[in-house]
Design a protein around this ligand. Structure first.
Ligand code: UT7
Length: 339
């Protein structure tokens, strides 16, 4: 099998950014409106609080904040971008894409822009796609953004989903470098099993069930999830995905300096780290503060790990995601010295 490493160009990370709504909703706040408890949420999920967007705040608004910060960190202007991709399951609208909204807000008019839909695996899918475009010579500098306002599609009366999700955005600036530069994306692995689509979905609002008074009355515009089944799938697939991405990079779990998993449930994260033989000191966990932000969770976690000084030149970073679709993806990065 051809691996990405055999292509002439490498893809390096040049900057990271994050965009979060100001409003913090704690488990105690939810206790007041739902039949739930802080204790249940903490012990079953690891979540203590989450951010929730303001009524007038859309996904692109958070994406733009993250994008500007990533551009500044890279030392680029919006005009330096050739490509801008947003991974999201909660776009501002079905079309135009959220990426086009962000492109206009940034004034990055020369950049191509589109969204990628792979639910919670969206960031890894977008990273893989943009890296492939860079390697193919279609772009030199690009932004990959994971951005969500899940609070807008959550049924706030459904305790089985409402307590889990949060809003936010993370952005990564990517640049073409000489292959063999010793930094950047070493491998990616993507997978999907559409047979599990019913386990996690937003049934109405698309062409199957266009939005109507009836779909709204039946609550079909809300996110629906079979949590138990997704949990079982997640624990299995995170291991398989991580193993395959590391194999493609010619590395093993012993080489991993930092594991940055999708933040869906701390019990899923701990189970995967145990299977990998990684101590929790090598795992970035921030689900306690943000809940599950779907495609935004990995770039937000990466941003925080960098801010905390946990990423050093030469470090091997393992990203692993899973989500609706069903989808999964893993990527291995070698952290560079920056620009
Ligand atoms: O990003 C990818 C998408 N999502 C995920 O990865 C989520 C994966 N799944 C999970 O994280 C877990 O399955 C959940 C956190 C969703 C649920 O945890 P669980 O340990 O699997 O609980 P459960 O669904 O088996 O429910 C146990 C009990 C039930 O009561 P009974 O039937 O035992 O009486 C639920 O009704 O907990 C009850 N329950 C709650 N109780 C208080 C469910 N949600 C809540 C709640 N507060 N918020």
């Amino acid at each position: 099998m051809t691996t990405l490493r055999q292509h002439p160009w490498g893809v390096a990370v040049r900057g990271l950014g994050r965009g979060l709504p100001e409003r913090v909703v704690t488990n105690r706040d939810l206790e007041a409106v739902l039949d739930t408890s802080d204790e249940w949420i903490r012990t079953r999920t690891g979540i203590a609080e989450r951010r929730v967007a303001a009524p007038e705040q859309a996904t692109s608004d958070l994406a733009v904040i993250a994008a500007k910060e990533a551009l500044a960190a890279a030392g680029w202007t919006p005009q330096d971008l050739d490509l801008l991709v947003v991974a999201t399951a909660t776009p501002d609208m079905i079309f135009p894409s959220t990426a086009c909204v962000v492109q206009a807000a940034l004034g990055a008019y020369q950049a191509g822009a589109c969204d990628i839909s792979a639910a919670c695996s969206g960031f890894v899918y977008a990273l893989s796609s943009v890296a492939a475009q860079i390697r193919a010579g279609a772009a030199r500098r690009a932004l990959v953004i994971g951005a969500e306002t899940l609070s807008k599609i959550v049924n706030w009366q459904d305790r089985s989903t409402a307590v889990l999700l949060g809003d936010g955005a993370g952005a990564v600036a990517l640049e073409r470098v000489e292959d063999g530069a010793g930094e950047g994306l070493l491998s990616v692995y993507l997978g999907a099993d559409g047979r599990g689509g019913d386990l996690l979905k937003q049934p109405a609002g698309g062409s199957r069930l266009p939005a109507s008074a009836e779909t709204v009355a039946q609550g079909l515009h809300y996110l629906q999830m079979n949590g138990r089944e997704v949990f079982k799938f997640a624990v299995q697939i995170m291991g398989d995905a991580a193993e395959e991405a590391l194999r493609r990079a010619g590395l093993t779990f012993a080489d991993v300096d930092l594991y940055v998993p999708h933040q869906a449930n701390v019990r899923i994260i701990e189970a995967s780290a145990k299977r990998f033989g990684l101590p929790m000191e090598k795992v970035w966990v921030n689900i306690d503060r943000y809940g599950n932000t779907s495609s935004a969770s990995i770039p937000i976690a990466l941003y925080e790990a960098h801010q905390a000084g946990r990423l050093h030149p030469g470090d091997v970073v393992l990203l692993v995601a899973f989500g609706g679709g069903l989808t999964w993806g893993a990527a291995v990065l070698r952290w560079g010295a920056g620009r």
